[in-house]
Design a protein around this ligand. Structure first.
Ligand code: EPZ
Length: 419
C-alpha cells in the first residue's frame, strides 16, 4: 500500500490544472451502454474509479479504445448482460449506475453489491424505488441487485435529494416508453453535466425548474465527442489547501460558477478569492476566522468538502461548528486529526472544532477519499513530517495529487510500502 509523506509548514504558490469531474465522468461513462454506436469522452481524470468503470464496461462487451491523453472511445454496439466482477463493482459507488444504464438498452443485469467510501450507511432504497416505479423488476439477494424489463415513463418525487438515484432514474428514462417527470431531483453540476451530455446525443431532457427533470424517451442516442466538466470538489479541495498552508494558488481549467454558492464562506474565513472565466485564484496571508456551516444538496455546502473544511477549521481563531446531515457519520477522520494536535470533537453528525491548533507532524491513515484530502491538508499546515497511509484511497478521486502538491511547493513524496 502506498504512503504519502509530507513535510509541512510551507506556503503553497503556483497553478493547478483542474481535471474532469469524477462524479460527472462516472455516470457519463456508464451511460455509454444506452448508445447503439460509438461515443467519445474527453477530459477524463486519470483516477482509479475511472479505471474501474472502464473495466466494468469492458466486461459487459463495450469496446474501450484510448484516443488521447485523457480521452476514450466507447463502442457499446456489442454490449450484452454479463457477470460483473464483484471486486470491481465493490470498489466504487458509481457501479450502481449500471442498473439504470443496463435497463435502458440491455433489458437486464445482475449487479454485485456496489462499494464506495465507507463513512457510514449507503442505502440504495431510493435507487430501487424509482426504478421499480418505472416498471422494472428489481430483486435483491446476498450477491447483489438485479434489474429486468423495459423501463416506461413515470412520475417520481424524491423524498430526499439523492445524486445517485437521480442519475439512475435519468439513465433508465432516456430510452423509456413515454415521459418521466422527476421532482426533488439532485442539481449538482455533475448531474447537470450528465444531462448536457445526453441532450447533445439526442436525449429529450429538460429542467423546467430547480430539482425538476423531465425526460421524454427517444428510440436511440447518436455518437458524439464530449468533454467532462471540471471537478468542483477537486477545485474546492486545492482552494482549501491554499487557505490552510497560506500563499497564493491559481486554479486553471476550473468552472468557478460551480463553487460560486460557497465562495463567500471561504472569503468569510479570510481568503482573498479572484474569479476568472475558467480560473479561480486564492490568497491567504492573515489569520483564519472560524466557520459555522451545515452541508446540504447543491447549491448548499457539499458534503464532499466537509472533511477538508473541518481540518481547516482546526487552524482558525475560535470555535467552528460543522454539521453534516447528509452523512452524519462522515467524521471518522477526526481521531486522525487529533493525532496531529487538532482540538476537535465529533458526535451526532456534528464537529465542534476549538480552533487555534498548532498542528504537528503525525502518522495518519486515510479512512476514505475526501478524509484523505482532509488529513493531507492538516499535514501541509502542520510543522514537521507526517505520513498518510492508504494513499490509494486518494488516487480513487484525485489525479496527479502528489505531483500537483509538489508543483505548488509542498515537500511531498510517495513511498510504496510493503503491501
Ligand atoms: C454521490 O454519492 C457522490 N458519489 C458522493 O461523493 C457524494 O458525497 C454524494 O453524492 C452527495 O453529494 C458519486 O457521485 C459517485 P446521495 P451518492 O445518494 O449518490 C441518502 C465522493 O467523495 N440516500 O446523494 O451515494 C444517503 O444516505 C463521493 O466523490 C438514501 O437514503 O449520494 C445520503 O444521506 C463520496 N437512499 C443522501 O441520501 C438512497 O437510495 C444523499 O446521498 C440513496 C441515498
Amino acid at each position: 500500500m502506498k504512503t504519502l509523506t509530507v513535510i509541512g509548514g510551507r506556503e503553497l504558490s503556483g497553478e493547478v490544472r483542474i481535471h474532469g469531474s469524477k462524479n460527472a465522468a462516472l455516470p457519463i461513462l456508464f451511460s455509454s451502454l444506452l448508445f447503439s454506436e460509438a461515443v467519445e469522452i474527453a477530459n477524463l481524470p486519470a483516477i482509479t474509479d475511472v479505471g474501474a468503470a472502464l473495466a466494468l464496461l469492458s466486461s459487459l462487451g463495450v469496446k474501450v479504445t484510448k484516443t488521447g491523453r485523457d480521452s476514450i472511445l466507447l463502442d457499446p454496439s456489442s454490449a450484452r448482460p454479463a457477470v460483473c466482477d464483484p471486486a470491481v463493482t465493490g470498489s466504487l459507488r458509481g457501479s450502481l449506475y449500471l442498473l439504470g444504464a443496463a435497463a435502458g438498452r440491455l433489458g437486464e443485469l445482475s449487479l454485485p453489491h456496489p462499494g464506495g467510501c465507507n463513512f457510514g450507511a449507503r442505502p440504495i432504497d431510493l435507487h430501487l424505488d424509482v426504478l421499480r416505479t418505472m416498471g422494472l423488476a428489481i430483486s435483491e439477494s446476498e450477491r447483489g441487485v438485479s434489474v429486468r424489463g423495459r423501463p416506461r415513463g413515470a412520475l417520481f418525487r424524491f423524498p430526499a435529494v439523492s445524486v445517485g438515484a437521480t442519475v439512475n432514474a435519468i439513465l433508465a428514462a432516456v430510452l423509456a416508453e413515454g415521459r418521466t417527470v422527476l421532482t426533488g431531483a439532485a442539481r449538482e453540476p455533475h448531474v447537470l453535466d450528465l444531462i448536457a451530455f445526453l441532450r447533445l446525443a439526442g436525449a429529450r431532457i429538460s429542467t423546467p425548474s430547480p430539482g425538476t427533470v423531465v425526460i421524454d424517451g427517444v428510440p436511440r442516442l447518436h455518437g458524439i465527442t464530449y468533454r467532462v466538466c471540471p471537478d468542483m470538489i477537486e477545485a474546492g479541495t486545492y482552494l482549501l489547501f491554499a487557505m490552510a498552508a497560506g500563499g497564493s494558488v491559481t486554479l486553471r481549467s476550473a468552472a468557478p460558477e460551480q463553487l460560486a454558492p460557497i465562495l463567500p464562506l471561504f472569503s468569510g474565513m479570510g481568503a482573498r478569492i479572484g474569479v476568472g472565466v475558467d480560473a479561480l485564484s486564492v490568497f491567504r496571508k492573515g489569520r483564519l476566522r472560524p466557520v459555522r456551516v451545515e452541508t446540504a444538496p447543491y447549491p448548499g455546502f457539499p458534503t464532499d468538502l466537509q472533511p477538508q473544511l473541518t481540518a481547516l477549521a482546526c487552524l482558525a481563531d475560535g470555535e467552528s461548528v460543522i454539521c453534516d446531515p447528509i452523512f452524519p457519520t462522515r467524521f471518522g477522520y477526526v481521531s486522525e486529526l487529533r493525532k496531529a494536535g487538532a482540538k476537535i470533537d465529533a458526535a451526532n453528525g456534528r464537529a465542534l472544532v476549538a480552533g487555534g491548533a498548532k498542528l504537528t507532524g503525525a502518522e495518519m491513515i486515510a479512512p476514505d477519499l475526501r478524509a484523505g484530502a482532509a488529513l493531507t491538508l492538516a499535514a501541509l499546515a502542520g510543522e514537521g513530517e507526517s505520513t498518510l497511509a492508504r494513499y490509494d484511497l486518494i488516487e480513487r478521486g484525485y489525479a496527479d495529487f502528489c505531483k500537483t502538491l509538489g508543483s505548488l511547493g509542498a515537500r511531498v513524496r510517495i513511498s510504496d510500502g510493503v503491501a
